[in-house]
Each structure stands twice: as structure tokens, then as C-alpha cells.
Design a protein around this ligand. Structure first.
Ligand SMILES: *[C@@H]1O[C@H](CO)[C@@H](O)[C@H](O)[C@H]1NC(C)=O
Length: 93
């Protein structure tokens, strides 16, 4: 009668591991306008941004190789997004 317990432990550990890595990275954010939906905010990581819906922000990833432009509020090539100060910045209008 040992294997059911072992199985349970494995399942519990797997669930904990999954919820840790796939942490839904959503939460209240004071910079999200309470009345706005699908409002994008810059993230400390240039490859990511926050998607706001009614005061709650969820972390999102830009498409691979793109950075978030906080002026245009969209993901762009790093050279025009001007997020990473170590990448030459050629902003578009
Ligand atoms: C920024 O986010 C990307 C995409 O999730 C990730 O691959 C990268 O490691 C992150 N960089 C830092 C400095 O956290």
C-alpha cells in the first residue's frame, strides 16, 4: 500500500511545480486605469508588457525579438522601441 501515496506525492509536486512556472502573473496594478480594458503598460523587462483590464494587469510577452514601445504602446523592433538603453534608439514618429 505504498504506491498510491507515492503517486499522490508525485501528483502534488507536479501541480505545485506547474503552478509555480506558469504563475498567472496577474494582479492589481495602480497604473491600470480602472475603467479601461486592453490597456497596455510598460514592464521592467523590455520583452514584456502589462495588459490591463479594469485595474488588473497581466504580464504578457512581446513576439520574439521585439521590445515594448511605451510611447506607441505596442511591441516593435528593439531599435524603434527605445526601451533598452544599451540598444541604439531610432524612434519612429
Ligand atoms: C524578459 O522576458 C523574456 C520573455 O519572457 C525572458 O525570456 C527574459 O529572460 C526576461 N529577461 C529578464 C532580464 O528578466
Amino acid at each position: 500500500m505504498k504506491s498510491p501515496l507515492v503517486l499522490l506525492v508525485v501528483v502534488v509536486l507536479a501541480v505545485i511545480g506547474l503552478s509555480g512556472s506558469a504563475r498567472a502573473a496577474c494582479g492589481p496594478n495602480a497604473r491600470c486605469p480602472a475603467d479601461a480594458s486592453n490597456y497596455l503598460l510598460p514592464h521592467p523587462n523590455c520583452s514584456q508588457y502589462y495588459l490591463c483590464n479594469h485595474g488588473t494587469a497581466c504580464e504578457q510577452n512581446c513576439p520574439p525579438g521585439q521590445h515594448f514601445n511605451s510611447y506607441h504602446r505596442q511591441c516593435e523592433a528593439p531599435e524603434t522601441a527605445c526601451c533598452d538603453i544599451y540598444i541604439p534608439c531610432n524612434p519612429t514618429a
